[in-house]
Design a protein around this ligand. Structure first.
Ligand code: PMP
Ligand code: GLN
Length: 392
């Protein structure tokens, strides 16, 4: 007799990122769907990885992270946000931001606890809450600029006791950013029930047009109740290394580490060594990152300007630009994205994938973290389609 699976995630299928990437590969299409760079990380990082392996960094790292990496992260946080995070007690290195988010939810959300998620939302948030028995409360950000629906938020918080609020800034997929006032207002509204604030700031270095990222770490009144999550993959063009970290006050970090130690115990040692060495010696790399990605955003949007099928929305940060599309008779955004792969040879993400109820705002997400030639070619294909071989 087959076992009763009693699935904890009965509705979950394969992630949209895996689905669109597989489809892109099958069609030999350009993958502007999954968010990863198609260029290499800095060469020096490889040298440090080699150095780490050869100089003996091959056994388990300390459970909360290699001390030299936590120290390098603490310096970075001090430099960027004036935040004096204690590497001993406040910074925990994780296997990517995904694990950081899951671990933080797991540490604090008990069965029946309510967790507020703004949508569109990164695909792991809701499932992480549900696996831990929590109840996700969803609130839609307001189009066209994906602003926080303050009245609805206030109303919701006046009737519900919310254990945790998840906030993604800069936002995937919207490309929007929050102001200092927004952060403080969220803090104010959630003070009543002392809700925990889980900030997903993985795109903190990717804020454009002279704006600067406002981190929860800048505000002591927020820090008391905050866990802030970052991703090295987004910082050093090495998403496959899967290194992230959490920053939180000591008492919260202790709880995070209790779960972390039984989940992964510690993270890949030579990779942590290499990242630590690189962050210590190449601070200019992270200083230049916003300009590096802004150039790619501008190039792609410039190439797509005037396209009859796509109207791009403003993008203030992250790897992503959203476009309204003319659906050409397709019933929904997923069908249109799949059609685009086959007909134009370019893969994008349908934004309904970021809503738990598959709400479809008629938008596609394009990742511009790609070589300039890739973006040129993708734009050419989106304009002209896959060129047919001339008939002889
Ligand atoms: N949060 C957001 C908003 C993301 O876009 C991503 C990945 N692109 C993650 C978390 C996960 O980051 P990581 O790859 O470090 O697990
Ligand atoms: N975060 C990446 C994105 O938004 C994908 C990560 C993944 O494939 N899980 O595209």
């Amino acid at each position: 007799m087959s076992p009763d699976l009693n699935s904890k995630l009965p509705d979950a299928g394969i992630s949209i990122f895996a689905h669109m990437t597989a489809l892109a590969n099958r069609h030999g299409a350009i993958n502007l769907a999954q968010g990863f760079p198609d260029f290499a990380p800095p060469e020096q990082l490889f040298a440090y990885l080699d150095e780490g392996v050869r100089s003996g960094f091959n056994q388990y790292a300390a459970m909360p992270g290699l001390p030299q990496l936590r120290a390098a992260i603490a310096r970075r946080l001090e430099y960027r946000y004036g935040c004096a995070a204690d590497p001993e007690t406040g910074i925990t290195v994780t296997a990517g931001a995904t694990q950081a988010i899951y671990t933080a939810i797991s540490a604090f959300v008990r069965p029946g606890d309510k967790v507020l998620i703004f949508e569109p939302a990164y695909d792991s948030y809701g499932p992480a809450v549900r696996i831990n028995g929590g109840q996700a409360l969803y609130l839609r950000l307001e189009l066209p600029d994906f602003s926080i629906p303050w009245d609805s938020l206030e109303q919701l918080l006046s009737t519900e006791t919310v254990r945790m609020v998840l906030i993604n800034n800069p936002h995937n997929p919207a490309g929007s950013i929050l102001s200092a006032d927004d952060l403080l207002r969220i803090g104010e509204l959630t003070r009543r029930h002392n809700s925990l604030l889980l900030w997903d700031e993985v795109y903190d270095l990717l804020v454009f047009d002279g704006n600067r990222h406002r981190s929860a770490l800048e505000f002591p009144t927020l820090c008391e109740r905050s866990i802030v999550v970052f991703s090295i993959g987004k910082t050093l063009h090495n998403t496959g290394w899967k290194i992230g970290y959490t920053v939180a006050p000591e008492a919260l970090s202790q709880e995070i580490r209790k779960v972390h130690q039984f989940m992964v115990f510690s993270v890949n040692t030579p990779a942590q060594y290499a990242v630590a060495r690189f962050l210590e010696s190449h601070s200019e790399f992270t200083d230049d990152l916003a300009q590096f990605y802004q150039t790619r955003r501008d190039l792609f949007l410039q190439c797509m300007r005037g396209h009859p099928d796509f109207e791009f929305l403003p993008c203030h940060g992250s790897y992503f630009a959203l476009a309204r599309f003319q659906s050409a008779g397709r019933t929904n955004d997923l069908a249109y994205a799949e059609h685009l792969v086959a007909s134009r040879g370019v893969a994008a993400i349908p934004v309904s994938a970021f809503y738990h109820d598959a709400y479809d705002p008629g938008l596609l997400r394009f990742c511009f973290a790609k070589k300039e030639e890739t973006l040129h070619e993708a734009a050419r294909l989106l304009w002209h389609g896959i060129s047919r071989l001339p008939s002889s």
